[in-house]
Ligand binder design. Structure first.
Ligand code: GDP
Length: 440
């Protein structure tokens, strides 16, 4: 997961809240202290952190929980809302024809992001292409050309031509029929006078609808200075924060950018083209807090599940028989890679239940799931409804019926138990996450 360390620490803090006997000032202070520590470690600005802590404390003590919400849910909701405040809403990306100019320092991930961005739009049904106007960095032309071909997006470039303005003019003409035209411009090691001048000249001919600044998350809260500097010189309408996968300072970069009022548009979360997401603060924070990306999950479920399939919400209920698990496995098969699904689930699956699945385990689990289904096919309805019925002799019979070993059957039962414990750990029925996430 992106920003795993911050996520773990924040979830640890919430775990304390959930485990506490009662929610009094001492508990709140302790939880806030943990949150503070987590945010500071993620390089979030001290002032921001202190302001936020103060507000959480005050609100938790003064505000009455909204109707139907218990004190724990109330505090979690406040934490969620305050995190939303410091991270900002994110940019409004419209799916319509537009020209986008990419700006940023060298090495920020600008060229890579230009191609990923083109693909993002292409996947949404818009024809997208890139113009290679980075004539400063050797290799930028070939890099963009290769990437565009790989991602199947349009490309225009002139190898050897040092005139970025000329290339931009030619490129935009060549891509005239494209809905989305993305101009990759050159960066420098710092925001120098000649870079500003070149950006201004390209800007004058490209007349872009958007100027996206690309920023390496690794610079943490210094992102603020960079965003300000670029905004002052050319004006930026959105920020793409890259390399969130490889830094502990992601929280700093995100919050610093948000403070400059330049909305975060996309985030880069890895080197492959799939590792690029439209930034949506609510989803991002929900995942970080281990509350799951329920919105995405529901959408995904709606897209891929039929009426008789079990509802995703069942996963969050305490009741979890083998039959439920079987249905879940079937549903998950249809919904896509297990890891993606699991990362969207509330923290019962991700941590609070005390069960944590590593990357390798995900792979193993996917394969095993197939095996589990075969085994469950050999069980009776009664056994599925009440796995406690399954003793030694029945294990043998099921193993014979499914062609699997008795160990496999035992493993399946153990797996079910683990899942059940994880779900109980989350206290599924008690917390209404969607309610907590509702705006004030
Ligand atoms: P440019 O000089 O700004 O055009 O930078 P590049 O697009 O060439 O990117 C610099 C390096 O960062 C390349 O090796 C990219 O693969 C890598 N990169 C870009 N975005 C990400 C990201 O989100 N995560 C990771 N891990 N690497 C990235």
């Amino acid at each position: 997961m992106v920003m795993e360390k911050l996520g773990d620490s924040l979830q640890g803090a919430l775990k304390k809240l959930i485990g506490a006997g009662r929610i009094d000032e001492r508990t709140v202070n302790e939880v806030v202290k943990d949150i503070q520590r987590a945010l500071l470690q993620a390089d979030v600005n001290v002032k921001l952190v202190m302001g936020m802590s103060q507000r959480i404390k005050e609100r938790a003590m003064k505000e009455d929980p909204p109707a139907g919400m218990n004190p724990r849910e109330h505090v979690i909701r406040i934490v969620y809302q305050e995190l939303m405040e410091i991270i900002g809403k994110g940019a409004d990306i419209q799916l319509k024809p537009q020209t986008i100019m990419m700006v940023g320092l060298q090495g920020s991930g600008k060229t890579t992001s230009a191609a990923k961005l083109a693909r993002y739009f292409q996947r949404k049904g818009l024809k997208a292409g890139v113009v290679a106007a980075d004539t400063f960095r050797p290799g930028a032309y070939h890099q963009l050309k290769t990437l565009s071909e790989k991602l199947n997006v349009g490309f225009y470039g002139e190898e050897g031509n040092p005139d970025a303005v000329e290339i931009t003019i030619h490129g935009l003409k060549a891509l005239e029929k494209y809905d989305i035209k993305i101009v990759d411009t050159a960066g420098r090691h710092a925001l120098e006078a000649d870079l500003i001048e070149e950006m201004e000249r390209i800007h004058a001919v490209a007349k872009p609808d958007h100027k996206f600044m690309v920023l390496d998350a690794g610079i943490g809260q210094q992102a603020s200075q960079q965003a300000h500097a670029f905004n002052d010189s050319v004006g930026i309408t959105g920020v793409i924060i890259t390399k969130l996968d490889g830094t502990a300072k992601g929280g700093g970069a995100l919050s610093a950018v948000s403070e400059t009022k330049a909305p975060i548009a996309f985030i880069g979360v890895g080197e492959t083209p799939e590792d690029f997401e439209k930034f949506e603060a609510d989803r991002f924070i929900s995942r970080l807090l281990g509350m799951g990306d329920l919105k995405s999950l529901m959408e995904k479920a709606e897209e891929s599940l039929s009426e008789e399939d079990v509802n995703v919400e069942a996963l969050m209920q305490g009741r979890f028989t083998l039959k439920d698990m079987y249905k879940q496995l079937e549903a998950m098969n249809k919904m896509g890679p297990l890891k993606q699904i699991m990362s969207m689930l509330p923290m019962g699956m991700g941590g609070l239940g005390g069960v944590k699945l590593s990357d390798e385990m995900f792979q193993a689990t996917s394969d095993k799931m197939k095996n589990y289904k075969v085994i469950m096919d050999s069980m009776t309805e009664d056994e599925m409804a009440d796995p406690k019925l399954i003793g030694g002799s029945r294990i043998k019979r099921i193993s014979r019926g499914s062609g699997c070993s008795p160990e496999d059957v035992r493993e399946l039962l153990k797996y079910h138990k683990t899942m059940q414990t994880a779900l109980k750990g989350f206290r599924g029925g008690k917390f209404n996450i969607q309610k907590m996430m509702k705006k004030k």
